[in-house]
Design a protein around this ligand. Sequence first.
Ligand SMILES: [Zn+2]
Ligand SMILES: [Zn+2]
Length: 467
Amino acid sequence: APPAVWHSALTPARRRRLWRRVAEGREPVVVGARSALFLPLAGLGLVILDEEHDPSFKQDEGVCYDARPMARVRARLEGCPLLLVSATPSVESAYRAGAVPGFTPPRERWHHLLLPDRHGGATLPEIQLVDLRRERPPPASWLSPPLREALGACLEAGEQALLFLNRRGYAPLTLCRACGHRLRCPNCSAWLVTHRLKHRLQCHHCGWSRPEPEHCPHCGTVEALVASGPGVERIAEEVRHLLPDARLRIVTSDTVRTAEQAAGLVRAVTAGEVDILVGTQILAKGHHFPALTLVGVVDADLGLSGGDLRAAERSFQLLYQVAGRAGRAQRSGRVLIQTHLPDHPVMQALARGDRHGFLESELAEREASGMPPFGRLAALVLSGRDAEQVRREARRLARTAPRLEGLTVLGPAPAPLALLRGRYRERFLLKAAPEVDLPACLRQWLAGARLPGSVRLRVDVDPQSFL
Ligand SMILES: [Zn+2]
Ligand SMILES: [Zn+2]
């Protein structure tokens, strides 16, 4: 029997029907998104969590929960095994499974199962770092001479290439040459992203958009607005200049929106109707294209900035997966990674294909700073439409913050996204040593908090996002 499929896009009627069938024990296998964990499956015998490292297992909207610990709870209640699966396991899971040499796992240790061979028996591609400080792309372009050469050779050989840049649209920033004004979202502290295909400027945080203006909204100068930096659309433009005969596809969540479109893309690439794919992380996993032998990472440093606890880990996982797109079948692949930071541990581990080395250095760093899995974090965000009121309430809350050995309370300070969807945001970050009962501290602290109705408080224990 084919498995039942459960996700949020089902119609209410189909959802009701499936829920009933599941409760009646008539669906032996369910494939589903996060919320499938709450289905009334009778006699559950196994939970498999695929791509366990994926940050989207954490739900940040509405009820805030992480499907990974939730799956552990469900499996424990049912007395059944839970299998976490990944080619690039999260640092925390690898640690708990005792899979990192040199680190003793916690007492409640997980089992570590290993698949020794790569799917299809293919060998890992050759990964090469391109130092952008030496190999400079021509002015106003982003592909370095070695990558340009490799692209040409790849097409010459009748093979396919993938250029990866994890940034939708044409340019991440538009500014005025005359007055220096930068176009930003009216609701968020974020720049507007130029989307040339749609002729619009769009905020990637709240979705607000406007047509591309002809004159600067600040000083009124005509034709003074310039796009700054690349998105995938701009990389595609560069490739068109470079290789005018190449058949090109831009692949992002803007261009591939439905299952049919995704299937159409797979068909076209498999049939050899596409020479070069230019895309974001939606290309990082999924289908194997046998003729795809070259992967070019346009800007490998993109995910490393921003001060996120898991920035290095996520960059490694994403780039490792993207690299794996090259040469998965019989032909061996080649990966060129453009970076300004060739000595960074992430880049070094990628170049050596050394997953363990990366996990080791990352865990050592986390241990030294008491970060997860060697400690626990919680983020508190206060938000409201009146900036001054939010600041005042945050300062008031700070006065009753818990003072405890092993607990550090940072903030309040403006959150990295200080304005989001029209609400001003102040943030506390709590860091707790393993012996501290962080949830209990939070409960005690917040039980005494009296916030006005116009100020919202969001508590996120074990946060995945630090915006
Ligand atoms: Zn201007
Ligand atoms: Zn916005």
